[in-house]
Ligand binder design. Structure first.
Ligand code: NAD
Length: 263
């Protein structure tokens, strides 16, 4: 089973590649195409995947390049036969209020967080149709909840969630399932500046019903589920993997709701 994982050099993408290697979806060996612009990060993963019994190849690409989809698919077909799943996970963030964000920063977030999945999906589509495969994209709880100062990031992830619903509608008849996972607060390189600090991590955990900040492996298991046969009749969903924080808006730290009472 041949799986493309983008953003594989770090965090959720890295954990996802390891999850597929440990528990191949079909047969006894995962075939993993690892994609990132961080060449050293990809190289550092190969030995671990090989030790787990997986075949792995790398493609160094900047996924903001509109030709990146063709590049990644060509590299995958050169290494393996066909494509069974595309995990479009690479993403980026800017903590800038909407009043200050530049059009360049806004375009960058839309390109990596939404358009990259389109160009990858377009290039992989004929092969996914042949395998009756799946696309899983990593969105965010920010797609459904405004978070200050992540306005442009939230908008880009909302665009991604709708893109995947639209793909599910347009490409479902070809046998391709298209879904999102949405991480809540998750401890990765992207959030290390916050969650490496145990006090900050504990403060965040206190806002999460399940009482902890997420780990990359929490997402990896959900991604593997959505990519695989156990999800064979699931398409167009956005699966929240957030410890319940999206269901818990009223208890966020600044909520005035805690002070409401009847007279
Ligand atoms: P991470 O920084 O650990 O990993 C992101 C990876 O994407 C990196 O290896 C980076 O090199 C790669 N990447 C970024 N831009 C790229 C580009 N233009 N071309 C190629 N590769 C590129 O972060 P993570 O937390 O594992 O993030 C994975 C996904 O999860 C992202 O889409 C992110 O938006 C999403 N997410 C993360 C959190 C969280 O709390 N960590 C929450 C919600 C959503």
């Amino acid at each position: 089973m041949s799986v493309i994982v983008t953003g594989a050099a770090s965090g959720i993408g890295r954990a996802t590649a390891i999850e597929f290697a440990k528990r191949p979806l079909a047969g006894d060996q995962a075939k993993l195409m690892l994609v990132d612009r961080d060449e050293a990060g990809l190289a550092s993963l190969i030995a671990e995947l090989n030790a787990l019994g997986a075949a792995a190849a790398t493609c160094v690409a900047d996924l903001m390049d509109p030709t990146a989809g063709e590049t990644v698919v060509a590299a995958t077909l050169a290494a393996f036969d066909g494509i069974d799943a595309l995990i479009s996970n690479a993403g980026a963030i800017h903590m800038v209020p909407l009043a200050e964000i530049s059009t360049g920063q806004f375009d960058m977030l839309m390109n990596i967080n939404a358009r990259a999945t389109l160009v990858l999906g377009q290039a992989a589509r004929p092969y996914l149709a042949k395998s009756r495969g799946a696309i899983v994209a990593t969105a965010s709880t920010a797609a459904e909840n405004p978070i200050i100062p992540l306005g442009a990031y939230s908008a880009s992830k909302a665009a991604l969630v709708m893109l995947m619903r639209q793909m599910a509608a347009e490409w479902g008849p070809e046998g391709i399932r298209c879904n999102c996972v949405s991480p809540g607060p998750t401890h990765t390189a992207m959030t290390a500046a916050s969650y490496d600090d145990p006090e900050a991590r504990a403060a965040r955990a206190a806002e999460i019903p399940l009482g902890r900040v997420g780990a990359p492996e929490d997402l990896a298991r959900a991604i593997r589920f959505l990519a695989g046969p156990d999800a064979s009749h699931i398409s167009g969903v956005n699966l929240l993997v957030d410890g319940g924080i999206s269901a818990n808006i009223a208890t966020s730290k600044s909520s005035a709701a805690n002070k409401i009472e009847n007279k």
